[in-house]
Ligand binder design. Sequence first.
Ligand code: AMP
Length: 469
Amino acid sequence: MTFDELNIHEQLLEAISYMNFEKASPIQEQAIPVAIAGHDILACAQTGTGKTAAFVIPVLHDIVVNGQQGTTTVILTPTRELAIQIHQEIQGFSYFTDTSSKAIFGGDKGKDWDAQKRALVEGTTIIIATPGRLIAHLMLGYVNFKNVRHLILDEADRMLDMGFFDDIQRVLAYLPEDRQTLFFSATMPPAIQSLANKILRNPQKISIAIAKPAAGVTQKAYLTSNNQKVPAILHILEENPDYDSVIIFTSKKSNIMPLVRALRTSKEKFAVAGISSDLEQNEREEVLLQFKAKRLKILVATDVLSRGIDIKGINVVINYDVPGDAADYVHRIGRTARADAKGEAITLINEADMYKFSRIESLIEKEVPKLPLPEEFGAQPVWNPKNSSSFGRSSSGRSRTKAPMRRNSGHDHKSKHHRNNSAPAAEGGEKPTEQGSSEEQKAKPKHNKRRFWGKKKANTNTAPKNDNA
Ligand code: AMP
């Protein structure tokens, strides 16, 4: 379905067109008309489905059509990263309107507090906030939310995981009872359902199920520190000499070349190449051709390759890092075990990515076994998802202790692989980039991450040049 068919205001359609969104994703197709009609929504949808636009577009439509006076919309979200991301998406969609928005989150300096206070006092139209920081402002008495007519809870399950239940309840006390509430959660455990029952009025239920990994894929994981990753990959390859077709996925382009070099210069001198949006279309096709013809044993790729590429006979997919969301995970590991064949998917999980991986496990409804590395690797991180920085504690400014390492029977000498290889740049747990988060300044609608339901330009050469492609 195209956006024109959804009865969205012209000013928004123009911005949507600038953002190169061609078709509405399933969650957008289902949620936008229901929200525009004024109903509450209980939506089960995870990151990557286009859920942000599914709530931002109808809210902006209502603001453009019915006007604004003070703050009309409060969006609660678990982390500062998500708050910034939503804010940026709002900036894009509202480019041709005069709507203002501000992301409000904790853990920063005094001047940010003052800017947040100013935005709240001035009645910025849309407030996107982490619950803890918003409560801190609300308690000081200068916030007037009497004109709020939309409340959105984004990633409600993650907010509850992070202990924001009480903060959410307290925020509710500051909002008018007569409002529309849009409730989005990736999973629907009983605690989420009872919260939803409390705050929603006759909600329309929408559920976007994610595809599960194919049955033929055997999934495994290793808990590793960043500098254990290359040795772990070499160990996996050494243990399985009959693998002749291996894809290694990484979320960051900057990881590709160091990894390619480490594999090329290893004892086995693997035939390996890297592929990312940095290559021209014809160069990418050439690399793929070599890989398909088995002249290359290993391909190191970003998620650009995780969708849609059909190469038969891939023995194993190794995730150098945990992908951004469950859909990416399913797409990555779906490169192996195609057409009823068998295949393996092995994920390397550092401490920072543990929570992210535990979310993926709950979405695919499967606990992936965490295997020990050989003793010579020394200490490995211990599985503790709620201590991981992908848990997102930083948003509320609460402290987190470092997860312990599991020692392997007193051995702490380096594996033989350590001699040759240094790990690519550390990833995971990095501070989010806050570029473009100068809330007062409007960003032009920009080209966002390509999604499978389609954008206008199919030519992959035009993919945005960032570190995630
Ligand atoms: P979300 O699930 O909201 O995190 O969205 C995932 C990504 O998909 C974001 O980068 C969006 O910009 C992009 N996206 C959302 N809706 C569409 C659409 N209809 N067409 C193409 N891309 C989209």
